[in-house]
Design a protein around this ligand. Structure first.
Ligand code: TMP
Length: 235
């Protein structure tokens, strides 16, 4: 049995024989609102692994560096070991969620600019506060150059994913990314996951929400995520 290094809300991370490679196992557990809401959905781990692996494969093919190596099994991925930068990077293409509340702009309002990037300091005790580049530098979690690199990569990822979802009739409203420094050489790469747990995805025609069922108290999470996976089947 390989050593469990970390257990998060949705995933377990195990060591492998190679110190630069880890094994990630997707769990069926679902949480939202910083762990305040919890549920178990049989099959969620398998679905998120399949969706995330597909998205990481597309990003890789477009030359975006990620920690993803390969999908190992229904619920597992092989990934490169990184040191996670404690920043949640949120990319927004349409007003929704906390942005709608914070600025009093109706959900669904399109942006009159290409996209907005927000940074949140990953810190459960503080409730993941919104920060900017200056705060990141002040609390020594990233330098100016690293923040510029993260912003550029987030924009490139948004461009690839927006095109991909547009192609299957889905609007990529917003999503959350995490970046890490590769243990092997310190390069900053996309890490963690991109899945319907971490994105808002709305059907362009029906406006059906294909995402974040835990937050929205939707019981048919497996059916919704399955529907999303089958739409992505064509890419
Ligand atoms: P928000 O509107 O609640 O700030 O969320 C913006 C996007 O970021 C949405 O697609 C969900 C994602 N997100 C996470 O994946 N994890 C989080 O902890 C938060 C706050 C947002």
């Amino acid at each position: 049995m390989s050593q469990l290094l970390y257990e998060g809300k949705a995933k377990k991370v195990f060591a492998t024989d190679d110190p630069n490679i880890l094994r990630v196992e997707y769990k069926d557990d679902a949480t939202a609102f910083n762990g305040a809401k919890k549920a178990v959905f049989p099959g969620k781990g398998k679905l998120n692994n399949a969706i995330c692996s597909k998205l990481f494969d597309v990003l890789k093919a477009k030359g975006i560096p990620t920690h993803f190596v390969e999908r190992l099994s229904e619920t597992e991925q092989r990934v490169k070991a990184v040191e996670i930068i404690p920043i949640e990077v949120v990319v927004r293409n349409v007003v929704a969620g906390s942005l709608s509340k914070r600025l009093g702009i109706e959900e669904g309002t399109p942006m009159d600019r290409s996209s907005i990037i927000e940074f949140y300091y990953k810190n459960d005790e503080l409730g993941d506060p919104l920060i900017n580049d200056d705060h990141a530098k002040m609390i020594h979690i990233a330098t100016d150059a690293e923040m510029a690199d993260i912003r550029k990569q987030a924009q490139a990822i948004n461009s690839v994913l927006t095109t991909l979802f547009d192609g299957v009739g889905i609007t990529l409203v917003d999503f959350k990314l995490e970046f890490g420094k590769l243990k092997s050489n310190g390069d900053i790469v996309l890490a963690d996951e991109i899945s319907p747990d971490t994105c808002r995805l709305w059907d362009k025609e029906t406006h059906e929400k294909l995402d974040m069922c835990v937050r929205r108290n939707i019981a048919d999470l497996p059916e919704t995520y399955e529907k999303l996976l089958s739409r992505l089947g064509d890419i």
